[in-house]
Design a protein around this ligand. Structure first.
Ligand SMILES: *Cc1c(COP(=O)(O)O)cnc(C)c1O
Length: 359
């Protein structure tokens, strides 16, 4: 059977071209006689794969030499602890913005290590918006400010980069590489790979070099950014296959024309889907239109009794993984870079047909 369109929030769709290339190379990479999975991470071959992937990632985001790019494990969730452990230094307070489920998790983990000042929260609005920046109650002496530019579950995305004095830390797990980004505005950016980069098991950290080397004494070795930076992310065995596959994705992104081109495609995809939802009485999206995510589009049906029917029919139409997050229900279409525009068209066609049959 042909491949389906996959709207999973993560692990998410990968570019088909990349999968076929990996298939071709899987058993015998470039004639060396073994798979990338079977290579020593210290071999010249793997080091060349890793270096090229890292350089392509830096090229895509135009990352300056004053930043380290680390390829680590433990998911974005481990960053919830690594950030305070490494960046608090001698400070005792960190600022956090609470815009949804992932912000909340980052906040609760940071509370183990410092006084968390929640500078603003949209919890009272059920996480359907971003608090106005001029209302944020910033601390005088925060070690950093942490926020979540794209809330994967609520489908809420910032349309601005906060301008604060403290180093800016962002969980870009679900929107990195979706558009050009001025990395120089940030102290640290992290992203789990399984949404908009590559396979699960890899997390990328971009950290300004002057923030390294200040980890708390009790920081586990593998949680210290400096250790990873000094070892070229090979203090221990890195997730080699995920690193390689992500490298293929970076090459694919370059072939598409880079992040400016991806931004245009992503905007067009999101505009189409929200446009259809908004003109329909049958589907709705609760998010403040200014802050709707270009990557994750949650929507509900007028009658939630039809949810399971919708999901069943969608699967029959080869549209996979449209169920909303288990904590919120409803539907969610994640339309990352690797989800082609024709997948969004197919989803809208399906939604129209379903509305006609069941409204
Ligand atoms: C998925 C996600 C996480 C958690 O990532 P893991 O790699 O599973 O730990 C954290 N933050 C955001 C914004 C996410 O989308």
């Amino acid at each position: 059977m042909a491949r389906a369109y996959n709207f999973c929030a993560g692990p998410a769709a990968l570019p088909e071209e990349v999968l076929f290339q990996a298939q071709e190379e899987i058993a015998n990479w470039h004639g060396v006689g073994c798979s990338v999975m079977e290579m020593s991470h210290r071999s010249d071959e793997f080091v060349s794969i890793a270096d090229e992937a890292t350089q392509d990632f830096k090229d895509l985001l135009a990352i300056g030499d004053d930043y380290e790019v680390l390829f680590v494990q433990g998911g974005a969730s481990s960053q919830f602890s690594m950030v305070p452990l490494n960046l608090l230094s001698d400070k005792t307070t960190a600022d956090y913005v609470n815009t949804g489920q992932w912000s909340k998790k980052a906040i609760s983990e940071a509370k183990r290590y410092c006084d968390v000042n929640v500078v603003a929260s949209s919890e009272a609005e059920n996480f359907t918006t971003v608090p106005d920046f001029d209302q944020w109650a910033l601390s005088k002496d925060a070690a950093y400010l942490h926020y979540t530019p794209n809330e994967t579950i609520g489908g809420v995305e910032f349309d601005f980069i906060p301008n604060v004095d403290a180093p800016l830390v962002a969980d870009y797990s679900s929107s990195i590489l979706s558009e050009p980004l001025d990395v120089s505005k940030f102290g640290l950016i992290y992203a789990g790979a399984q949404k908009n980069i590559g396979p699960a098991g890899l997390t990328i950290v971009i950290v300004r070099k002057d923030l390294l080397g200040k980890a708390k004494d009790f920081t586990p070795t593998m949680f210290d950014y400096q250790v990873h930076a000094k070892a070229g992310s090979m203090n221990n065995t890195p997730p080699t296959y995920a690193w390689y596959l992500s490298g293929l994705v970076f090459k694919w992104l370059k072939r598409q024309g880079g992040l400016k081109e991806m931004a245009e495609i992503n905007k067009r995809k999101a505009d189409k889907l929200y446009g259809y939802i908004d003109q329909s009485d049958f589907y709705s999206n609760p998010v403040d239109p200014r802050y709707r995510s270009r990557m994750n589009v949650p929507f509900v049906l007028a009658d939630d009794q039809l949810d399971s029917k919708f999901l069943q029919k969608a699967e029959e139409a080869r549209l996979l993984n449209l169920a909303g997050h288990r904590s919120v229900g409803g539907m969610r279409a994640s339309i990352y870079n690797a989800v082609p525009e024709r997948a969004v068209d197919a989803l809208i066609d399906f939604m129209k047909a379903f509305e006609k049959d069941y409204a």
